[in-house]
Design a protein around this ligand. Sequence first.
Ligand code: ADP
Ligand code: MG
Length: 327
Amino acid sequence: PRLANQIAAGEVVERPASVVKELVENSLDAGARRVDLEIEEGGVKLIRVRDDGAGIDKDDLPLALSRHATSKIAALEDLEAVASLGFRGEALASISSVSRLCLSTAVAGAETGWSARSEGRDMAAVVAPVAHPQGTTVEVRDLFFNTPARRKFLRTEKTEFNHLDEVVKRQALGRYDVGFSLRHNGRAVHSLKPAASQLEQERRLASVCGPAFMENALFLDRSAIGLRLWGWVALPSFSRSQADLQHFYVNGRYIRDRLVAHAVRQAYRDVLFHGRHPAFVLYLELDPASVDVNVHPTKHEVRFRDGRAVHDFIFRTLHKVLADVRP
Ligand code: ADP
Ligand code: MG
């Protein structure tokens, strides 16, 4: 099973950013109101994710680190409308098979917290009592210490950290109701309070996407035929040479999808042609039964039941908003 896990780990654990994605998704699944990340050396030396979520029962602790031990699917039909972000039940096992992992956790009202450690193995080797407030802390040290071939594929510390930071930004723009902090090598990178009002959300946006984006952004919120599109689009004049400021969420989940990208691009092109990339942070909400967000675990793809209606709705909505401000 150890070998199998290391092979499977290649699917999920590609680099430090993929570890962060899985750990933060777990924190959000556990109902965390804040998530604090401490990173050292681009995540290769240390990734520590602390949350104030529900925590894990002592009895479930060894299980949480073993393969296919998800607590998130009660029945197979639930796959039809997976509301929680994770459902594969192998992220922790995969990560622990290629690192030194320590998980500390406490549930509400427990007398003590519990910690489990593992080193490149399937199961938590040691479970011991530990002082921990309600919630969970996962520490991942020395990523790929036992898989030198994979370690060799890592880029510079700066590049790995940029990937990781991008993941955190995506998650922070997907959950305004959760506070996030990120420190790298002891330096504060993000400190984001929960944002309820539009003003607070725009403050978070300015912090994550830069003040220039916010100054050039239009807010929109339209609903029709069971679809809602809201968020911020930058004026066509604030376009970018890279597609690095394009955030699109479907039912709160970050996606990159050709159909969506096409609809957005067409709207911008139609209003004002230019070869540069539009900047936007947009949220599409629709009945979970009319979209499959789990086409591929890591590729951010979705499949809409009625792709044409979704495409036309996005296109028309953006077209109208952009045409209204055309100079
Ligand atoms: P999945 O998220 O797909 O269920 P994981 O390997 O990511 O699989 O996690 C395994 C299990 O460990 C989860 O189903 C959950 O019960 C528990 N778990 C992991 N991280 C946390 C966390 N931060 N807070 C509470 N429970 C957690
Ligand atoms: Mg998970």
